[in-house]
Design a protein around this ligand. Structure first.
Ligand code: ANZ
Ligand code: ZN
Length: 813
C-alpha cells in the first residue's frame, strides 16, 4: 500500500526549506512582491480562522516565488493588550512571560503548518526594540502638530479609585471587574492623535483603492462621514452669537427651538446662574454616551433669535446634541428631523412645516402630516416667506449668503484617543512637570521601558513609584511620568514597515528600502479590521510620508482580501461555548498540514464563509494520497507506456490549458478554481494511464505540472512528488509551469467568464445569495456549448470525443 506518512514527510521538508533559506529575502532586493497577513494577537491558541488566513497568503507567496518573483512574506506578533494582563492575573505569572510563551507555541504551530516566512524578520510589538519606535513616532507626530490633549470620557471605579479600560467594565450594569462596584463616567484629559486633519485625504483616496473590496471602502466612507453643510449664527440672549452647524439650511424657517450640547461653553455659562441647568449638565456629563435618550433635555429660560425670521425661539440644553460634533449647537426643526420631532413632541414644542414633497416625488403633499412624523426628504419650500417654491437645494445655496452663513464641511470621524490605563502596552513617552507642563522624554532616553509587573487594583504603572518619579528633562525638578500606555492599534499601524528593516536601531525603518518595497501588494485579514486598523494604518502611512520618513508612499495596502469565516459543521461560528470548534492541531496530527490547507482552500474562495466538513477533509486527504500513488507508480516504472498520438495530443492540450487556467485563478485569488483544475488534470492522467497506451513524456509532463500547481497549497506533498519525479532542488524554488494556453483556450475562458456573468445576473434578478451555486446550476448547458464551439473550432476534440473515457472533456472547468 503506497501512502505518504505526513508525520514523517512534513517535518522533513520544513527542515529542508529552512536549510535552503527558501523564504529569506535579501535586503538588496528591489521592489519585491510584498504578501502580508494581518499578524495575530498572541493568544497562544491557533484557531481555524488563523489557519485560513495564513494559508491564503502562504499559497500566494509560494506561487509568486515559483513565478520568479522576490517575495517578502514576513510574520510577527501583535503582543500587547489586556488579555495578557488577565492571563497573568489568573495564572500568577506576568504578562511578559505569558506572552513569550504564547509566541513560542504559535511559532511552532506555524512551522508545523508549513507556512513559509522569513523568520529573520520576525517582530514582536511587546519588545522594547519595537515599542521604542512607537514612542519615537509619537514624538514625531507631536512635532508635526498631530498630538493633542483632549477631554474624553473614562470609566472610574470609585471603590478602587482607578480608571478602568472598557474591557474592565463588566455587563449591562457596568461593574468594576475586580470589586463589582458600579463604575462612574468621568471626563479626563487624554492623548489624542488628530487623525481628523487627514479626514479629507483619507476619504478621497478611497476612490482609487480599487484593489480593496467595495464594502470595506464603504465602511470607511461612512466612518469618516463627510457632511456638507453650513454654519449660521443665532443670537442667544445676553450670551451673544452662537454658531450652529446644519446640513439642512433650507429648513431654517421651521426652527421652533434651539439646542445646546451640555458641554457647550454657553450651556456651561448658563449653568452658573441656573440651578436646573447646572444639575442637568452635571447629570449629562456623568451619563454613558452610549445610551442616549433623545427626549432628555431642559429649558434654559433663554431665547435665541432666528436670523431668517427674527423670531425668538426657546433655548434648551439637550443630551442628544453632542459637544464635539459640528459646533455643539443646533437649531431644531421638528417638522423635518426625526430626533427633533421626538424631542418636540415630548416637550410640547411647536412643529412647523417648511418643506413639502416636490411634484416628482410621488408623494401627495396632502398625505404629509408633520404633526405625526417628520418629513425628512428634500422638496419645495413652503412657509418660508419670499423663498416659497424654491427647491431644498436652491434654498441651501441661497441661504448661506442671505443669512450671513458659511459653507462648512463636517466629518463624523473623531480624533484618535490613544491613552489606555493599562500596563501591557507602550508607555507614552511624556513627563509631567509642575512648572514645565508635559515634556517629552528625550530621544536618548528611549525606550521608556515598562517596569516590573505588579498585581494591583489599578494600573500597575501608577503603582511603580520608582519608575514613575523622574527629574523633569527641562528644569530638573521632581516630575512624574505619564502612566498611561498606548492603544495597541498604534503598534499595528506601522508594523508592516518594521519588517523591511527589523533590526535597524537608528530609526523605525529604513526610509529608502521601505519606500521601494511598499506598498504591500496583497494584504489578507479579517473584516473586523475594516475600519480601525485599516484606517489607522492609512493615516500613519500618510503622516510618515508627510514627515519624509517615507517617500511617495501614500497608501499602505494596494490589494486587500477579507477572508470569510470558517464555520463549525453545524454552520454556526466556531466557538467554545457552542462546542463546535475544530482544533487545527488535531487536524495536523490526524491528517497533516497539507490536508488542512488543501481542504480550506478547496472549500470556497477566500472571501466566502464555509462550514467545516469531515467529508471535505477526507476528500482532500484522499486526493493527496491519490496523486502520491499515481506519481509513485510512474516513478517506479509500473505504467506500461505505448504511443497513442491523438490522445496524447489531447492530454497535452489539457495540461497546457490546466496550467493556464490555474495560473489565472491563482492570480485572481480563486484558489478553489485552480485546485479544481488540478483535480481534473490528475483524474484525466489516471484514466489516460489505465485506458490507453499512454505516452511517457506526456504523462511525465502532466504529473510534473500537477505537482507544481499543487505545491503552493500542499507544499509538503508537492516536494514529495517533485522528488519522485526527479525534479531538481525543491519544488518551492522550481519554475512555475509555463502557462502557454492552447489555441481554443480563449473561447473556453470566455465561456467561463460569461457563465459567471450570467450567474451574477441570475443572482441579481432572482435574489439568490450565492453565485457559486448558480454557476453549478447553469454549468451543464455551458459544458455542451464548450464542446460544440470547440468542434466548430475544428481542433482535436471531435476525435477525442470518440474515446468514451475522455468524454469528460466538456466537464473540464
Ligand atoms: C437643522 C436640521 C433640520 C437638521 C432638519 C437636520 C434636519 P445628519 O443628520 O447626519 O445630516 N446636528 C448638528 N450639530 C449637532 C450636534 N452637535 N449633535 C447632534 N446633532 C447635531 O447631521 C447633520 C444634522 O445634525 C444637522 O442638520 C443638525 O440638525 C444636527 F430638518 O440642522 B440639522
Ligand atoms: Zn519642569
Amino acid at each position: 500500500e503506497r501512502a505518504f506518512d505526513h508525520g514523517e514527510v512534513e517535518p522533513r521538508w520544513q527542515s529542508a526549506w529552512d536549510e535552503a533559506d527558501v523564504f529569506r529575502i535579501d535586503d538588496d532586493a528591489t521592489d519585491p512582491e510584498y504578501v502580508l497577513a494581518m499578524f495575530p494577537y498572541t493568544s497562544g491558541q491557533l484557531h481555524m480562522g488563523h489557519v485560513r488566513n495564513y494559508t491564503i497568503t502562504d499559497a500566494y507567496a509560494r506561487f509568486e516565488r515559483m513565478r520568479g518573483e522576490d517575495v517578502l512574506h514576513p510574520m510577527g506578533w501583535d503582543s500587547f493588550g489586556l488579555p495578557a494582563e488577565n492571563a497573568a492575573e489568573e495564572r500568577d505569572t506576568n504578562p511578559r512571560d505569558w506572552t513569550m510563551n504564547c509566541i513560542d507555541q504559535m511559532r511552532d504551530q506555524f512551522v508545523e503548518m508549513g507556512f513559509g516566512y522569513d523568520w529573520e524578520r520576525e517582530i514582536a510589538t511587546c519588545e522594547p526594540e519595537y515599542y521604542q519606535w512607537n514612542q519615537w513616532l509619537f514624538k514625531q507626530f507631536r512635532e508635526a502638530g498631530l498630538v493633542e490633549r483632549q477631554a474624553a470620557e473614562l470609566n472610574w471605579c470609585p471603590s478602587c479609585e482607578t480608571v478602568l479600560a472598557d474591557e474592565q467594565v463588566e455587563g449591562e450594569a457596568e461593574l468594576c471587574w475586580r470589586c463589582d462596584t458600579p463604575i462612574e463616567h468621568r471626563e479626563m484629559d487624554q492623548w489624542f492623535l488628530t487623525i481628523t486633519d487627514y479626514a479629507e485625504e483619507l476619504l478621497a483616496a478611497l476612490d482609487d483603492l480599487d484593489g480593496w473590496p467595495n464594502n470595506v471602502r464603504e465602511m470607511q466612507r461612512n466612518w469618516i462621514g463627510r457632511q456638507e453643510g453650513a454654519s449660521v449664527a443665532f443670537e442667544v440672549g445676553e450670551y451673544g452669537d452662537v454658531d450652529i452647524f446644519t446640513t439642512r439650511l433650507d429648513t431654517i424657517y421651521g426652527a421652533t427651538y434651539f439646542s445646546l450640547a451640555p458641554g457647550h461653553p454657553v450651556a456651561q455659562e448658563i449653568a452658573e446662574d441656573n440651578d436646573e441647568v447646572a444639575e442637568y449638565v452635571e447629570m449629562a456629563e456623568g451619563a454613558d454616551e452610549d445610551d442616549l435618550d433623545v427626549t432628555s433635555g431642559v429649558f434654559t429660560g433663554e431665547y435665541a433669535t432666528n436670523p431668517a425670521t427674527g423670531e425668538e425661539i426657546p433655548v434648551y440644553v439637550a443630551d442628544y446634541v453632542l459637544t464635539d460634533v459640528g459646533t455643539g449647537a443646533l437649531y431644531a426643526v421638528p417638522a423635518h428631523d426625526d430626533r427633533d420631532h421626538e424631542f418636540a413632541t415630548h416637550h410640547d414644542i411647536d412643529i412647523t412645516q417648511v418643506v413639502e414633497p416636490a411634484p416628482e416625488a410621488d408623494v401627495d403633499p396632502e398625505d404629509v402630516n408633520v404633526q405625526e412624523a417628520a418629513y425628512t426628504e428634500d422638496g419645495l419650500l413652503v412657509g418660508s416667506g419670499e423663498f416659497d417654491g424654491l427647491t431644498s437645494e436652491e434654498a441651501r445655496d441661497r441661504f448661506v449668503d442671505e443669512f450671513d452663513g458659511e459653507h462648512r464641511t463636517e466629518y463624523n470621524l473623531r480624533d484618535w484617543g490613544i491613552s489606555r490605563q493599562r500596563y501591557w502596552g507602550t508607555p507614552i513617552p511624556m513627563i509631567r512637570c509642575e512648572d514645565c507642563g508635559y515634556v517629552p522624554v528625550p530621544d536618548e532616553e528611549l525606550p521608556v521601558e515598562l517596569p516590573e509587573f505588579v498585581h494591583t487594583t489599578g494600573n500597575p504603572l501608577d503603582a511603580a513609584e520608582e519608575w514613575k518619579h523622574v527629574d523633569c528633562p527641562d528644569c530638573g525638578a521632581d516630575a512624574v511620568r505619564e502612566t498611561d500606555t498606548m492603544d495597541t492599534f498604534v503598534d499595528s499601524s506601522w508594523y508592516f514597515l518594521r519588517y523591511v528593516s527589523p533590526d535597524l536601531d537608528s530609526a523605525p525603518f529604513d526610509t529608502e528600502r521601505a519606500s521601494d518595497w511598499m506598498p504591500v501588494d496583497r494584504y489578507v485579514g479579517g473584516i473586523e479590521h475594516a475600519v480601525m486598523h485599516l484606517l489607522y494604518a492609512r493615516f500613519f502611512t500618510k503622516v510618515l510620508d508627510d514627515v519624509d520618513l517615507l517617500s511617495g508612499v501614500r497608501e499602505p495596502f494596494m490589494n486587500l482580501t477579507n477572508q470569510g469565516m470558517v464555520l463549525g459543521e453545524d454552520g454556526n461560528k466556531m466557538s467554545k461555548s457552542r462546542g463546535n470548534g475544530v482544533s487545527p492541531q488535531r487536524i495536523i496530527d490526524e491528517y497533516g498540514a497539507d490536508t488542512a490547507r488543501l481542504f480550506i482552500m478547496e472549500a470556497a474562495q477566500p472571501e466566502k464563509e464555509f462550514a467545516w466538513s469531515p467529508e471535505g477533509v477526507q476528500s482532500s486527504h484522499s486526493f493527496l494520497q491519490n496523486v502520491y500513488r499515481l506519481v509513485g507508480e510512474f516513478a517506479d516504472g509500473e505504467i506500461a507506456f505505448g504511443s497513442d498520438g491523438d490522445i496524447a495530443d489531447y492530454v497535452a492540450r489539457e495540461i497546457d490549458a490546466t496550467a493556464a487556467r490555474a495560473t489565472e485563478e491563482y492570480e485572481r485569488f480563486r484558489f478553489n478554481h485552480a485546485l479544481q483544475a488540478v483535480r481534473e488534470l490528475v483524474s484525466l492522467l489516471r484514466r489516460y494511464r489505465e485506458a490507453t497506451d499512454p505516452d511517457r513524456d506526456t504523462v511525465e509532463r502532466g504529473l510534473v505540472t500537477a505537482a507544481k500547481l499543487l505545491a503552493p497549497v500542499a507544499p509538503h506533498v508537492g516536494e514529495e512528488l517533485w522528488e519522485q519525479l526527479d525534479g531538481e532542488g525543491l519544488v518551492a524554488e522550481a519554475d512555475w509551469p509555463a502557462a502557454e494556453a492552447p489555441a481554443d483556450y480563449a473561447i473556453e475562458r470566455r465561456l467561463v467568464e460569461n457563465t459567471r456573468e450570467d450567474a451574477r445576473d441570475i443572482v441579481d434578478t432572482v435574489g439568490i445569495a450565492d453565485p457559486e451555486t448558480i454557476t453549478l446550476v447553469v454549468a451543464p448547458e455551458w459544458k455542451h456549448d464548450v464542446v460544440s464551439i470547440a468542434r466548430e473550432a475544428d481542433n482535436v476534440v471531435p476525435a477525442v470525443m470518440q474515446n468514451e473515457d475522455l468524454q469528460r472533456y466538456g466537464e473540464a472547468a
